[in-house]
Design a protein around this ligand. Sequence first.
Ligand code: ASP
Length: 452
Amino acid sequence: MKVCKFGGSSVANAEQVTKIVDIVLADPERRIVVVSAPGKRNKADTKVTDLLIACAEQALSDKDYEDTLSAIVERYAEIQRELKLPAGITAEIEKDLRLRLAGDKSHRGIFMDCMKAAGEDNSAKLVAQAFQARGTQAVYLDPRDAGMFLTSDFGNAQLLEESYQFLEKTLNNREEIVIFPGFFGYTKDGKVATFPRGGSDITGSILAAAVKADVYENFTDVDSVYPVDPRLVPDVKAGIPVMTYREMRELSYAGFGVFHDEAVIPAVKAGVPINVRNTNRPQEPGTLIVQSRNVLAGSVVGIASDDGFCNIFVDKYMMNREIGFGRHLLQILEWEGVSYEHMPSGIDNVSVVIRDKNFDPACEKRVVERIKRDLKPDAVLVERGYALVMVVGEGLYYTVGMASKATQALSEAGVNIEMMNQGSSEISMMFGVKAEQRAMAVQALYKAFFLK
Ligand code: ASP
């Protein structure tokens, strides 16, 4: 059995929805279909999820949201009209949105998640009708009825492990093709909770793991995963035919937008291969992500980068002798609920890299004051505007001289390396650079590892 997930661009309009139906019907093994909310139809367009967030914000601040609401309803109505589906579905979608908007607003996160989830929920209902209109036995399945239970971290929820047994029961051996909304589930007390943004990938992976699918097909709008972001290196042509789960997770964590980093884990645990494919060119084999592959020494699979990082630099003479220093430093972040990304260190200093978005100025002030008070450092400095660039490949582990190849390429390009860290797994090297040097760094590394 195959579980297929279709991203926002694959449900953006009627033409794309028709492609979904064609792709699924072309292979009888495709039994479970996860869909995102309608995404952008063109570069200037707005995703339905972003419209829903805007609408929720307006409702929360008592502003008029009618125009935004009409724009959302119209996105679905356009698909319904073009596919000649019964008009009742559009009326139902509007009713559903109004009901959500009239809901309790006392908890911002709960209200917001309920609104955000409407994007995928209504998308799945509409896509189910598109299948039915083609004479296919297909049903929309509510994540609540399927047993998709999540933690109460609204906007950042995680699966409760017990869900697997419920999902397996409801999804296996069904006569109909199941159309399942991505991105959200329910807390144990019945509230809607969403995964982080882009989280429909996670839903697909969970379902694939629950039914022990032969493959999890993740349909998007590129032929394969590319070794480098084509926006930074436009002449990159060849995609990656096969890579390991670990490589994908490292790359997607560091900015590879094609696949959500958290979505790798359920598939790994269940040993389900992931196949990233193109809805617009389903004849292409795409990229296969598997447990292990033949690795050529020195081969790098990809170069990822992301900006929006900051660095807390702490310096203290004889830090290396002070037992518990690192733990205490991380404890301060834990008290503030800030997760950290990397922690490169020297004898007398340590850096903690965190995402800017998790570290607003008020939080920064509290953390710095606490570090000064509790750890008595010689210096503590917060610097913003960092980018991380990661060179990833199982081949790094076996090969001498990979770091020097990378640093030489960066120095020849005039990129100043602010930080370096080799993951303990030894399948990635991380370089911290100033955000304005990010593109240069990626281009230099691509040239060094892929063109020479
Ligand atoms: N619609 C959600 C988002 O835009 C989830 C997804 O598409 O995966 O983040």
